[in-house]
Write a protein that binds this ligand. Sequence first.
Ligand code: ASP
Length: 324
Amino acid sequence: MTKLTVLATGGTIAGIAGSAIAHDYRSGEIGIEDYLEKVGGLGLEAELSGTQIANIDSADIGPAVWQALHAAAMAALSDPACDGIIVTHGTDTLEETAFLLDLTLPGNKPVVVVGAMRPADAVGYDGLRNFANAVRVASDPDAAGRGVLVVMGDRVFGARDVYKVRTRGTEAFRGFPRESVGLVTPASLEWFGAPWRSGTDAAFAWSDDLPEVVILYAHAGLDAAAVSRQLVEGTRGIVVAGVGEGNMPESVRQELARLAARGICVVRASRADEGLVDREPEDATNGFVAARALNPQKARILLQLLIASGESDPAAIQRAFDGR
Ligand code: ASP
């Protein structure tokens, strides 16, 4: 029997409304022991053990929870009695946690992040099916060569690709540039293509001290003064959620170029859905980096890890954004 470690952080998958039809509910109400008892009736072909890392709404997830989650995941990955990990998580910031783990965990065993869009006592609760699907994926040794995976709505997504696209409904996630990397049901799993991750080493060492990186949301009428209003003491990087292909008003561009010349890393991403941002000729003179297919919140995480690892050269940072 496959042995899986479940690291629980809360979210709607562990949420309770107190009614099958209510709209409002509280995230992170069911503890991991009760949750494992709940899924015990599904007849899943895996031995599950659980650890409660947190039990909160994922809007409140941040460095402290990430640190505890990463440490628990590292312990499980080096435990011969563990074959794979499932992380239960709120869907609102699931993509950020999944991408952070993808960049900082070794790839020796499957790691799957899963959530739900409806609380556990709602009619049509999707959490049980998503969880059963996650067990199916985490039990497949082939999953390990694909980095951290996200399972939602019968689909498997790569952590780098996945993002939340809807505030309601069970089909709330999409992947870009790869739509999804597999299809799953509690009884079947089909991968699209071969594993892509070579070697098992983590791309980045874990850092307890992630630097301050802000996201600047561009819009019509944004002026240069907004840049300095957003900077806090010790800001090391700025990700622009640009209009279109990472664009911004000219005065903002000039202000950011001044900051880049002073050593602040500036990454151009897009506020658009499916916002692929390629380099433009002025990036070299401005000292900017293009986020490629990463959305602003994921670009922020990659930039934090790069800065924490001592990287500040825009050309080297660009190479990291270009890489898969
Ligand atoms: N607000 C919830 C959370 O992210 C939403 C969810 O889990 O679906 O924790």
